[in-house]
Write a protein that binds this ligand. Structure first.
Ligand code: UGY
Ligand code: MN
Length: 246
C-alpha cells in the first residue's frame, strides 16, 4: 500500500517540483466543467502563471486576457479555439497564443482533453507592435540539435521577435542526453514533462522526474537535466525573454 504522507513534490524559495499526487483543484471564473490545477503562480514568488486544465463533459474555457498574455498548449485530446477573428480545431501538440487584452473561448472538448497554459504580464517594447494571436502545431516546428548535441533537440514555438517577451519551447532529450553545463541565468522557467523521465538538478538538489511533473525555476536557480529510461524525455517550458534586465 502506498503511504499517503510521502511525495516527491517540494516547494522552495527559488524552485518547486509539483507532482500530480499533490494537485488540488481551483475554481477559475469562466473556466467551467473542468479540473484546473494552478501549478505555478506569483503566490510562490514566481512572475509567471502555469495551469493544467483537464476537460470534463461540456467544458468551456472562456475569458478576456487583461494584463497577462496566455499560451494554451493541447497535451492530448481536442477542442475548438475561438479568438476575436479566428476559429480553429486544436488537437495534441497544437497551440494558441492569446496576447494581452484579447477575448478567447475554447469549446467542443473531447472528454479528458488536457491543456497546459503559461501566463505572463506583457511588457511592451517601445517601437514594436503588440503581438497578434498565433495558432501553431509543434509537429511542424523544426527541432535542431541543441548546442551541437544531436541527443538534444529544441523546438521554439513562438516567433523569435523582440515584440514577444516570453518564449515557449519543447526540449527533447534522447535517453542519456543531458544539458551540456549547469545553467545559471536570470531567466525564469515553468515547465511540464510531456514524456519520459530523468533526473533534474535544481540548486544542487537532485530530483527524479517523469511525465506529468511540473517544475518552477526562479531566476538564477541553477539547473541541469539528464534523461533516463527507454524513450526520449520531453518537456515544454516557458522562459521570459527580450527585455532590459532592470
Ligand atoms: O532555455 C533554457 O534556458 C533551457 N536550456 N533551460 C532548461 O532546459 N532548463
Ligand atoms: Mn534554462
Amino acid at each position: 500500500m502506498e503511504i499517503s504522507a510521502l511525495t516527491r513534490s517540494v516547494v522552495k524559495r527559488n524552485h518547486a517540483l509539483i507532482c500530480p499526487d499533490g494537485h488540488v483543484n481551483s475554481v477559475v471564473p469562466g473556466w467551467t466543467h473542468c479540473r484546473v490545477n494552478v501549478i505555478i503562480n506569483e503566490q510562490m514568488g514566481a512572475r509567471l502563471g502555469q495551469t493544467l486544465i483537464t476537460a470534463e463533459k461540456d467544458c468551456i474555457i472562456e475569458g478576456h486576457t487583461e494584463t497577462a498574455q496566455i499560451f494554451f498548449y493541447v497535451i492530448s485530446g481536442k477542442c475548438t479555439a475561438k479568438t476575436e477573428t479566428q476559429t480553429k480545431a486544436l488537437s495534441g501538440g497544437q497551440f494558441v497564443y492569446v496576447p494581452s487584452r484579447h477575448a478567447y473561448r475554447l469549446e467542443q472538448f473531447s472528454e479528458d482533453t488536457q491543456i497546459v497554459t503559461f501566463h505572463k504580464v506583457y511588457e511592451k517594447l517601445a517601437g514594436y507592435d503588440h503581438p497578434s494571436v498565433i495558432f501553431g502545431d509543434a509537429s511542424t516546428v523544426p527541432g535542431p540539435a541543441f548546442l551541437g548535441d544531436p541527443a538534444l533537440r529544441l523546438q521554439v514555438l513562438l516567433p523569435e521577435d523582440l515584440s514577444f517577451d516570453m518564449a515557449v519551447n519543447i526540449f527533447t532529450y534522447d535517453p542519456g542526453g543531458h544539458l551540456p553545463f549547469v545553467e545559471t541565468h536570470i531567466m525564469e522557467h515553468g515547465l511540464l514533462y510531456l514524456q519520459g523521465q530523468g533526473v533534474y538538478m535544481l540548486d544542487h538538489e537532485w530530483y527524479p522526474v517523469k511525465k506529468g511533473d511540473a517544475i518552477w525555476m526562479a531566476p538564477y536557480c541553477q539547473q541541469w537535466f539528464t534523461a533516463m529510461g527507454k524513450e526520449p524525455a520531453v518537456y515544454i517550458y516557458y522562459k521570459n525573454v527580450n527585455r532590459f534586465p532592470t
